[in-house]
Ligand binder design. Structure first.
Ligand SMILES: C[C@@]1(CC(=O)O)C2=NC(=C\c3[nH]c(c(CCC(=O)O)c3CC(=O)O)Cc3[nH]c(c(CC(=O)O)c3CCC(=O)O)/C=C3\N/C(=C\2)[C@@H](CCC(=O)O)[C@]3(C)CC(=O)O)/[C@H]1CCC(=O)O
Ligand SMILES: NC(=O)c1ccc[n+]([C@@H]2O[C@H](COP(=O)([O-])OP(=O)(O)OC[C@H]3O[C@@H](n4cnc5c(N)ncnc54)[C@H](O)[C@@H]3O)[C@@H](O)[C@H]2O)c1
Length: 188
């Protein structure tokens, strides 16, 4: 059974620490910024890939610290993603986060994760997050590609129209809900 509970996080309201500046650090930083370009991120690693440095030039809220991980870096963080090539460091970061009740993702060790990143389909304001419960990230990626292909760009117009109707509707909560459910029946 997949017991994961999906939420959509306002990453720009949080300060995320990414530990590791290799391929995994790059993948996770790119994923965060692609969805939340104003996310506040600090990335710490003794070696930081050139692509991450380029991202930092484009995103002023991405700070890079070229040093090994230290517990002190957790001080003002809300969320942590760790993906170094040193399993002991990854475990230490996870344990430090648990002590401080900070949510942590250990990219290559699902058992140590409090949350997973998902594949993300975007059509304007519509966002669909896909998870396979960690079974196959590759399947999640492929399924994202399928959904990206079949969802029409005109969906944004539908959402804009529904927002306009939603804002104009009079009456109490139940009346508004009934009206919106009636109008959107055609989508089924
Ligand atoms: C969705 C996506 C989001 C993102 O990262 O942004 C994501 N992985 C993506 C791609 C991807 N990752 C890997 C491959 C190589 C092929 C393969 O192994 O399948 C590919 C495919 C590729 O890149 O083509 C390697 C890999 N990943 C994990 C392990 C460890 C393990 O499973 O034990 C290993 C083996 C490492 C090794 O062998 O050393 C673990 C996780 N990867 C997750 C998310 C979480 C579960 C998501 C779910 O529930 O499905 C979870 C549990 C934790 C986490 O990372 O949050 C992103 C696709 C974005 C997109 O394009 O849409
Ligand atoms: N590359 C992938 O697609 C992938 C996918 C899933 C899992 N993994 C696994 O994840 C791990 C990391 O992979 P990678 O490709 O990013 O490795 P990499 O060698 O490209 O990068 C490792 C990073 O960890 C940093 N690091 C090492 N010690 C550190 C410390 N004490 N504090 C902070 N940072 C530290 C290094 O400076 C470097 O930036 C590997 O064990 C790999 O097997 C890799």
């Amino acid at each position: 059974m997949n017991t994961l509970f999906p939420i959509f996080v306002k990453a720009e309201n949080l300060h995320t620490l990414i530990v590791g500046g290799g391929y995994v650090g790059l993948e996770k930083t790119t994923a965060l910024l692609a969805n939340s370009p104003d996310a506040r991120i600090t990335l710490v690693a003794p070696e930081i890939r050139a692509e991450i440095r380029e991202l930092a030039r484009q995103h002023p809220k991405l700070a890079l610290i070229q040093e090994p991980y230290h517990e002190l870096f957790l001080a003002d963080k809300d969320l942590v993603i760790v993906g170094t090539n040193d399993k002991n460091v990854n475990r230490q970061v996870q344990a430090d986060c648990k002590n401080r009740r900070i949510l942590v993702n250990v990219a290559d060790t699902p058992d140590l994760c409090d949350f997973y990143l998902s594949s993300v389909v975007k059509k304007g304001d519509l966002k669909i997050a896909i998870s396979t419960n960690g079974k196959s990230p590759t399947f999640a990626k492929r399924f994202r590609e399928v959904l990206e292909d079949i969802l029409p760009d005109s969906l944004q117009e539908t959402l804009d129209n529904l927002t306009a109707i939603r804002n104009q509707l009079k009456g109490d909560f139940v009346q508004k809900m009934e009206k919106l459910n009636e109008i959107t029946k055609v989508l089924k």
